[in-house]
Design a protein. Sequence first.
Length: 364
Amino acid sequence: MKTSTQVGTLALLIAAMALVGCSDAQEEVVDEPSDDAQVITLSYAFFAPAQSFPAIQMEHWAKELNERTDGRVEVDLFPGGSLLTASNMYDGVLNGVADIGLSATSYEPGRFPLINLAGSLTGQDVNSDVASRMTYQLIQEFGDQMPELEEFKVITAFTSEPAYFQTIEPIRQLEDLNGLEIRISGDNSRALDALGVTAVGMSQADAGEALQSGIIDGYAASREVLMDMQFARLAKYVTDYPLTNTIFAALMSREKWEALPADIQAVIEELAPEMAAFTGQYLDEHIQRSLEWAQKEEGVEVIALDDDEASRWDDQLAPVNETILSDAEQQGLPAYAFAERMRELIESRGDSRLRARHWPIRYQ
């Protein structure tokens, strides 16, 4: 039989244990972060205007990421060079100015020599959908041979359609190109050189003023700019012959990537190939709208070369690929293997083709 003293002591012990339990429970509640504390905000920069197709991709990616993470990730978008420009985009990402930077890799040719082959090789008579899927797949397969990506995580990658001459005066034959000054992006100038054109390097944003002032005679670009940049008001002729592509890559610093929670990383990984496909499909549809608008509203003429004339252009451009690949191989890059894989990926799509004169060799 317990004494009153013993009973009192036991009651005190039970009460103390209960208080300890309550304290532990309270500590667990305090330690658990609130929903607000879990929200991650990412900054995403791009150099071109918000209406351009890469910026449309940014908006779609941000929306999808927010929805698929149940609002845990919010993305602040900075198009139009408002945070970083084409000249400092990727260095700005490494320096923490932006979490993600989207730019054309051809603006830094020395930095991305293997990736740029997907854009600088001529003869890809393909649309943006095919080219974008191909480019993303090539980065996945050859990424371990791209040391330039060691500091980065590829968020997605995609391409324009091939560039087409869009000019103030019509181009109907090779001779019409002689002496023309044509704006082209990045280092994709060798094709223009082979055709007798003077390539002019300038940002797309400056091309409109340069057209109006007569500094350039036209530009080589994908054809959505006729409407998006209103270039159709000045460039009244489009020559229907595909030239080079422009590669776009959205990159995050490796340090930032590794700091993200694993489940957020998984969603971003899931989105990467989807965004390549989305952007290509969106651009192809948008280009058709742009061409229809330019022809109807601005009287733009699309000039089709006959087979004999197109063959003359092919003959001029045929040596360009071999020079590009040979130079890249001498730098220690797997250029021929890369080009062969490009061919396989393009030809795996029944609606796509390579211009035969440009790809005469089955690379080993």
